[in-house]
Design a protein around this ligand. Sequence first.
Ligand code: SAM
Ligand code: SF4
Length: 425
Amino acid sequence: MNFADSDVLSAILSPRYEPTSDYKQADLILVNTCSIRDHAEQRVLNRLREFTALKKRRSGLYVGVVGCMAERMKDELLEEALQIDLVVGPDAYRQIPVLLDQLSTGGGKGMDVNLSTEETYHDIVPLRATENKVSAFVSIMRGCQNFCAYCVVPYTRGAERSRPFDSIIDEARALFEQGYREVTLLGQNVNSYHYQDVGFARLMASVAEIDPRLRVRFATSHPKDLSDELLATMAAYPNICRAIHLPVQSGSDTMLKRMNRKYTRDHYLQRVAAIRAALPDVSLSTDLIAGFCGETEAEHQDTLSLMREVEFDSAFMFKYSDRPGTFAHRHYQDDISEEVKTARLNEIIALQTELSLKCNQKYVGRTMEVLVEGLSEKRGKQYIGRNTQNKVVLFEPTGAEIKPGTYVQVNVKRCSAVTLLGDLV
Ligand code: SAM
Ligand code: SF4
């Protein structure tokens, strides 16, 4: 989401600034921030100290904090020690040029942290700064009002709102015409997208109909809202990718209730069964939190048993981090020690590594379509791409150059828990 927002910011700033790859040369540095865990915020604060030191050496340099941390911390960030000039929340990016004018005419530091119930930046064409011209994020909604007990997002990003249907289709079509071959539709809870009479399944179908060579992905689905209609739409369009990210957070009913996730373990497992019935070759990934408030050893074991039952292809796994302002912060005790959180997270990671390897082994010997993204940075001469299940596939070049955005067939010979390795067919 922040990558997509940074591209919107680049577009807003483009009449006055051009991007530089060397921040030491910059006239303006905006740090786009995440508040989801304390660790992310600490890293930003360290970075800001670095920029404050740079400011002392370079007069005329402005430093701003944008995104969720700006929204959460507000004027705390303007304290003198950090020398921040701008603090702008996720719904106020259009105000940045005005605040910059204020700064340059001696009007002082600028802050706008107003949240909106309507802003979707639908009319701003993001200026995509990424090197990869194959795959792009397209924001389809903003905000969230699920209020999971642990989560800061509803407070920093405001109420849920959907972007106008036509503006999404126009952006996706323009990307395809520029040579992009994959779009990922983004929102905190994409299944609740609705604009006038268009729901998420119809939106997906319309994006898929732009061209069969355009792959369509989405993130993130909430298990309480993933509909059979969406599964039927996915099954009907081969270019809607066979990958679903369905965060479960915990395998324990008591824990899910404390987290205010609004589904049970059984409901989650039934959704997984429906997904696999509709899309037998689908890959499933999830998010898991270790050591949420009051988590007992038995509740932790429920998470491990659910992981074994579902056999996730991959997972994002986190230690619970207490976030000021959330329901959990106000009503529960962050009572699981750091040692226990770490031990439980390590168990979860070890099990997931085993499961990921097992899932990937099923692909060895199979030939599959891979969308080439380019040459792998880490592996020098190998090409890197993804299959429809969103698995990273590496293969050796054989003669003629393959352009990013080309579809090729690859026969998988080997795998690790994170990649498939094969030969071009
Ligand atoms: N909207 C998505 C959903 O509900 O599935 C997830 C959005 S959140 C940005 C990404 C993940 O961060 C969550 O699924 C959760 O696992 C994790 N997360 C959120 N708040 C957290 C917290 N306080 N501590 C640890 N992990 C957290
Ligand atoms: Fe946070 Fe829950 Fe909203 Fe996801 S659905 S962003 S975890 S409150």
